[in-house]
Write a new protein. Sequence first.
Length: 335
Amino acid sequence: MRRAMAEAEVGDDVYGEDPTVARLEEEAAAALGLEASLFVPSGTMGNQIALRLHCPRGGEVICEAQSHVMLYEMSGLAALSGLMPRALPSRDGLPDAGAVEAAISRDLSHAEPTSAVVIENTHNMMGGRAFGRDRLAPVLALAGRHRLPLHLDGARVFNAAVALGVAPAALAEGFDSVMFCLSKGLGAPVGSLVCGSKAFVAEARRARKLFGGGMRQVGVLAAAGLVALRDGPGRLADDHARARRLAAAVAEQSGLEIDPSTVETNIVIFRVLPEWFGGRVPAAGLCEGYLARLRERGVLGSEGAEADLVRFVTHRDVDDAAIDRAIAAVRDLAV
């Protein structure tokens, strides 16, 4: 990947003259079965560009309550585009069609119109849950009936595709726009793609400039993205297998709570119970207290969406030996 970056053919992408970016955008669109794509610095920017284009200022965006656009994009919907999220709780990260329909604004004398729906696949904070066509179809049909644009936050859509045994395009079909990350599971150091129709991507290019995402000789990054796009999906099953092995070890420990059957891709989220700390809650909180003990043993995790949730993620830099070390640390901390 670094060799590809060093040898990349570059041009000025603000003027559409970078040939490496052009190749990446062409291959990305083809992989998702869409007409065109646009290289952006981050998934957050990709999501925000798509929703800005789909929605009039003041509109509502229906999203899941623990979704990335709701929790981890710095209130970008409101701050950047004057949009209001309508957050729906769910069992596993995908609200059912009935809940989505009930949330659609109808009394427009008192509420702003519902302007778009966002689905996250895989769903990060629900432990990387992957949703297949059987789960997506009712929401797609509902959005079609109500003429609502539907955006797929597919940061890890390749993980979802591998876990479900389908092509990524099968999960993107029917969406008006899709964002996916070249980083994370695919393994590039930076970058995401926003995909859609040619007309949508032409407008997205203008919005990218507005958001400060116009880059010059960015083929050095696009070259890494091409390696990630071409080679990354073929090794995601290994990440998934390692995540399941790690989840099984966590489930064996008293004071920790996880259902290993819910680990479908590369994310392991588990709950730290007060009994792990002898029935008390440390000043730093359950999650941070546990993470601090892990750090002492050379294992890094992060906080989940709640104060007692710990999140592990497997990726190309975590091999079998690293999983062994993580399992050893978890067992060493057993109460």
